[in-house]
Design a protein around this ligand. Structure first.
Ligand SMILES: *Cc1c(COP(=O)(O)O)cnc(C)c1O
Length: 395
């Protein structure tokens, strides 16, 4: 069976009621049939649920499905994507270790590396997404233990060559940890290129409908074992309710991502030829500087398109006011199209030169392309681009 079929057919064992859809296991704890069973479960001579901070059937079903979609042996689910990112580092790094990371990171991942891990004596080196193999290798120190990156990045849509980094990690015996949130397992599988761990914010495409928070780390058994211990003791567990929602959502992930990506490509093409849009970036547009790499490691370009509107915040404001369909929000990965101005919201905390290094200009708009009819989206965006040009000229 193909992995998509297996993921859809994966289900918690049926109860005596013969239900078709899995029930939700909203229970904090589980009972022991006897004192002996309680003892055996704690001694780990018997497998089974004890307490939902450690494990829960709804959560396990979600993890099993992600493992299938990412071709991974094992995994741990967490309350949010950031809990997954943090656990993937904190469980495996110790004081004195060094981490090499791509500069283009989700804002909170950047804060974890620079403000939190650094307090515990874990140092880091940042590289640009398009750094060469020699530059990546030169950043590896004797105490380097992990390379961490996102591809495509948020919001720059820069790509890192997964195969190249996989080779470097293997050569230097490093843990290769990839945040695969933007592509989702439907469009890219980092383990195909040597990743040891794959991290996701399930809040985004895995839910895909803007309802619940969640995170997951999947990968090599030896690392997941340490992560499981870390999560069991420190408690960033996923709620069974959220797991139930997310598990059902995974059954439509591939279908949704295909439509998200085709809508995104069509919208990107329409805006790319528009004279009033300064720049359009999308991995599967020929004009993307890493288009060839995108084709090599992704099955489609994803659902995020960025455009640069000349004219600063006033133009941005007029553009947003003119949109009739797209929502204004800082989130992404929803059935409903969302626009964000990273400069003033998600990345507002970065210093001006840090913003510049990531390509975050004042007029940058991140579009999380949804599942609406693409003709309506093209109409909405074209209209807002034109209206905002006129108002910018009038002022
Ligand atoms: C949203 C996001 C996260 C954090 O996920 P939360 O569920 O919000 O904690 C991490 N990485 C990327 C790339 C994201 O987009």
């Amino acid at each position: 069976m193909k992995k998509q079929t297996k993921a859809i057919r994966t289900q918690t064992k049926k109860t005596q009621y013969r239900e078709h859809s899995t029930p939700m296991f909203l229970t904090s704890s589980f009972t022991f049939d006897s004192a002996e069973q309680g003892k055996a479960l704690f001694e780990e001579t018997e497998d089974g649920n004890i307490y939902s901070r450690f494990s829960n059937p709804s959560v396990q079903e979600f993890v099993d499905k992600v493992c299938m979609l990412e071709d991974c042996e094992d995994g741990v689910a967490t309350a949010t994507g950031m809990a997954a990112v943090f656990a993937s580092m904190a469980a495996l790094l110790k004081s004195g270790d060094h981490i090499v990371a791509c500069r283009a990171l989700f804002g909170s991942a950047h804060q974890v590396i620079t403000q939190i891990l650094s307090k515990w004596g874990i140092t880091y080196t940042y590289l640009d997404a398009d750094a060469s193999a020699e530059e990546w290798e030169a950043a590896v120190l004797p105490n380097t233990r992990m390379i961490y990156l996102e591809t495509p990045s948020n919001p720059g849509l820069d790509l890192v060559d997964l195969e190249m980094i996989g080779r470097i990690c293997k050569k230097h015996n490093l843990i290769f940890n990839v945040d695969n949130c933007f592509a989702s397992p439907a469009l890219q599988n980092p383990v195909d290129f040597g990743a040891d761990l794959v991290v996701h914010s399930a809040t985004k495409y895995m839910d895909g409908q803007g309802r619940v928070l969640g995170g997951v780390v999947v990968g090599k058994k030896e690392y997941i074992k340490e992560l499981r211990f870390f999560c069991r003791q420190t408690g960033p567990s996923m709620s069974p309710f959220n797991a139930w929602v997310l598990s059902k959502s995974l059954e439509t992930l591939t279908l949704r991502m295909e439509k998200h990506a085709s809508n995104a490509l069509e919208l990107a093409k329409a805006l790319d030829t528009h004279p009033d849009v300064k720049m359009v970036k999308y991995p599967f547009l020929l004009s993307h500087p890493q288009h060839e790499l995108a084709k090599k490691q992704m099955r489609a370009g994803g659902a995020i398109v960025t455009i640069d509107l000349q004219g600063g915040f006033e133009r941005v404001s007029a553009f947003m006011a003119a949109l009739e369909i797209a929502s204004l929000s800082s989130n992404l990965g929803d059935t409903r199209t969302i626009v964000t101005n990273p400069y003033t919201t998600t990345h507002a905390k970065l210093k001006p030169d840090e913003k510049l290094a990531l390509g975050i200009t004042e007029g940058l708009i991140r579009i999380s392309v949804g599942l609406e009819d693409v003709e309506d989206l093209i109409q909405d965006f074209t209209n807002a681009v034109e209206v905002s040009v006129k108002s910018a000229i009038l002022e």
